[in-house]
Each structure stands twice: as structure tokens, then as C-alpha cells.
Ligand binder design. Structure first.
Ligand SMILES: [Zn+2]
Length: 399
């Protein structure tokens, strides 16, 4: 756990003391660097890497808030608030629209990065999935990253340095996040969310180092039920018909899941944006404000649409991660290994699956899950990808 006071922008990062220390130092040095003084700690291009769920974008956005907040990231002022609601004009959170960043998208980005910040000392660009920059887009970005407009800061996020083109990598300061340990996750759940220790232990184990997932499992019963539904799939694959039904149910569940995550978030953001624009406007004044707000609302809605697509992808990926963990557990039992099961509460079902098949089949099933992940990355329709998955899980030798 970070030793930060509750509410500080870095407080949400779990088990990342080393990274937080560097980001705090950079934020503390930022005003001097902005004034043109030499700074060791602050630089204008960062690459944050770490496994899924370690908090890459949380770290990047916390740092962005620390740079635009007059108190270095207090967590409660208007600047920190608007970064949290993705409405800060000087903090851009960029998520690629498709499998790669298009050259048009990148050019547009470079243009915006050439503009001075509007109300903060810094204009911060948080670029998600920097591994999705193809050589063309990366080349277009290079100059902007190497010699940015004064005040522009790039924070690139990617799973690992190997995923990022060397030309980009070499121009950024690298910050690596760790997979938070199970005990870090448990203590974060217990101290910050007041979760019962037994529930925290279950959630931390089931989430396998993914902090956002651990929070959801610990606090949201429907998240736990949906996880159970996914983990029951392997026990219900009887024939082709059941494979197809289970695949379609899974995709429906994920869609409902995403709506339950995104709908309230979207509504809250829209309300706070409207409040910002509609403040004090009554009667005839309202029309003018409405017109002015229209463009900003449109931009917010575009961001929300992208976020929704991303959440769908993340949730489908989550289902795959859970199923891979289940088959790893099956393999542990089949090989008689003495390690703890991720899904210990399902030991009887896991033992039954282990008895019904061979380790070779289990490995083929894990391969089928990895293939599904690649299909989803290539934007294949989720229903098709999961239909093919359930059929392969039922009969792995056909794959
Ligand atoms: Zn603040």
C-alpha cells in the first residue's frame, strides 16, 4: 500500500511504492522544470509498463493530475476532480479506436500536442496501448515526443517495453509497475474499502493481481455471480447446442456487465459537464449555454463510446483469464502438483474435470483460450470467437 494520505491522487495505486516515489518526485520538481531549470526527476516523455490490472492508466492519470493540480495532486481540488471525470482541458486520455493507432488519429494528436496548455502549466497526453502504434504512426509521433512544445508531457502506457517500438522506447523514461502481491491487495481491500478479511482473501486470490478486478469481486455480488457463471461453462458443455447457447449467454452477460459499469459513469460525467456549463444559467440564457456546451458534450460522448468498446474488450478478456486459471487448476490436479488452486472453492468440480480428461487435453483447452484472445484482439465478433471457443473446449482434439 502507498503511504499516501487518503484522497491523494496516488492513493489508489496498490503495491507500487517505487513507481509512486518517482512520480511524486517528478511532480514536485515539475514547476522548476516548467520554469526552464534543469530537473533530474521531471521529464516530458514517460513510458509506464506493467501487467494488466497493475494500474498503468491509474498511475498515468494520477501523475497527470499531480502535474495540473496546484498542490501536486491533492485529490480533491477542481483540477484533480476534472482529471478524474475526464473533463480536464489540459489532460487528454487517448485510447486507440481500433487495433492500431491510425496515421490520421496520430496526426490529429500531434497537432493537439503542439498547442499550449489552456489553464494549467502542463498539457498532458496519456496514451493507452502504446503497443498499438504501428511503425508509421510511431514515426509521426517521434519528433513530438523528442522535442515537445514547452509544457507538453507524454505518458505512454503498454504491457511491457518489448511491446513498444525501440525508437519510441528510447525516447521515454521507463517506469515499471509490479504485479501487486496477494497480501498487498488484501490489505488494500481491508483498509481502504473496509472489506471483510475472508472476502478480501478470496477476491485477491481470484483476481490474480488485478486490483480493479479484486475491488469488484470484493464489493459487488453481481460481479461474483457473473464470474461463477463463466467458471461453470466447462462443466456444462454437453453437445453442440449447449456450446452455442453458453457462448451467446456469455456474450450477453458481458454486454449487460458493461452497461452496468458504463451507464452510471456516463451519466455522472454528463451531469457534471452540464453543471459546469449550465451554472447560473436560467431562462433565456440557457439557450446560449446549451449551444456552447453542445460541442463539449459531443466530445465527451465520443470518449465514452470508445471507453465502452474498451470495457467490452476488457471484460471478454477477463472471462478468458478466469477460464485459463480454471484449466491451470485442472492441470495442477492432473499432475498431482502441490500448489494452491486459484479457484480453491471449486475443488470438487475441478477434480471431476481433471478425472474426465488428460493433461494434453487441458493444454489444448488453454491453447484454445489463447487463440480466442488473439481473435478478439483482431476484432473478430465476440459471439463468433466464443462459439468457436466453447466448441474447442468441449472437444479439444478437434481444434
Ligand atoms: Zn488537486
Amino acid at each position: 500500500m502507498s503511504s499516501a494520505p487518503a484522497g491523494d491522487v496516488f492513493a489508489e495505486l496498490v503495491g507500487q511504492e517505487h513507481a509512486v516515489e518517482q512520480l511524486r518526485a517528478a511532480a514536485a520538481d515539475a514547476p522548476a522544470a516548467r520554469a526552464g531549470q534543469h530537473s533530474q526527476a521531471m521529464t516530458h516523455a514517460w513510458l509506464i509498463t506493467g501487467p494488466p490490472g497493475s494500474g498503468r492508466s491509474t498511475a498515468a492519470l494520477a501523475f497527470a493530475a499531480a502535474l495540473v493540480c496546484p498542490q501536486g495532486g491533492c485529490g480533491y481540488c477542481a483540477e484533480c476532480e476534472s482529471v478524474r471525470h475526464s473533463t480536464h482541458p489540459d489532460v487528454e486520455h487517448i485510447v486507440p479506436e481500433s487495433v492500431t493507432y491510425s496515421v490520421d488519429e496520430t496526426r490529429d494528436l500531434i497537432h493537439r500536442a503542439s498547442l499550449a496548455p489552456s489553464r494549467s502549466p502542463w498539457h498532458v497526453f496519456v496514451l493507452e496501448d502504446a503497443d498499438r502504434l504501428n511503425p508509421e504512426s510511431a514515426n509521426a509521433l517521434l519528433k513530438s515526443i523528442e522535442e515537445p512544445t514547452p509544457g507538453t508531457v507524454w505518458i505512454l502506457c503498454a504491457p511491457s517495453t518489448e511491446d513498444v517500438l525501440p525508437t519510441i522506447r528510447s525516447r521515454c523514461r521507463h517506469l515499471m509497475l509490479a504485479t501487486p502481491s496477494t497480501s498487498d491487495v488484501i490489505s488494500a481491500l481491508v483498509t481502504t474499502l473496509n472489506v471483510d478479511p475472508a472476502m478480501a482473501a478470496f477476491a485477491a486470490r481470484a483476481a490474480q493481481g488485478h486490483i480493479g478486478r479484486a475491488r469488484a469481486l470484493a464489493t459487488d455480488e453481481s460481479a461474483r455471480l457473473r464470474r461463477q457463471d463463466v467458471l461453470r461453462i466447462p462443466m456444462q458443455l454437453k453437445d453442440l447446442g449447449s456450446c452455442l447457447v453458453l457462448a451467446s449467454e456469455l456474450v450477453d452477460t458481458v454486454t449487460a456487465d458493461v452497461a452496468s459499469i458504463c451507464d452510471p459513469l456516463d451519466a455522472r460525467e454528463l451531469a457534471s459537464l452540464r453543471a459546469a456549463y449550465g451554472e447560473g444559467a436560467e431562462g433565456r440564457g440557457l439557450g446560449t449555454v446549451e449551444r456552447r456546451a453542445k460541442g463539449v458534450v459531443k466530445a465527451l460522448e465520443d470518449r465514452q463510446k470508445k471507453r465502452r468498446r474498451r470495457v467490452v474488450r476488457d471484460q471478454l478478456d477477463r472471462a478468458i483469464v478466469d477460464l485459463v486459471a480454471l484449466y491451470r487448476d485442472v492441470l495442477v490436479v492432473q499432475l498431482g502438483a502441490q500448489s494452491t488452486l486459484v479457484n480453491d472453492e471449486m475443488r470438487p468440480q475441478i477434480e471431476r474435470l481433471a478425472a474426465q480428461s488428460s493433461p494434453e487435453d487441458t493444454l489444448r483447452r488453454v491453447d484454445a483460450l489463447e487463440r480466442t484472445r488473439h481473435l478478439l484482439e483482431a476484432n473478430v465478433s465476440p459471439l463468433l470467437a466464443f462459439e468457436s471457443l466453447t466448441v474447442s473446449l468441449k472437444d479439444p482434439s478437434l481444434a
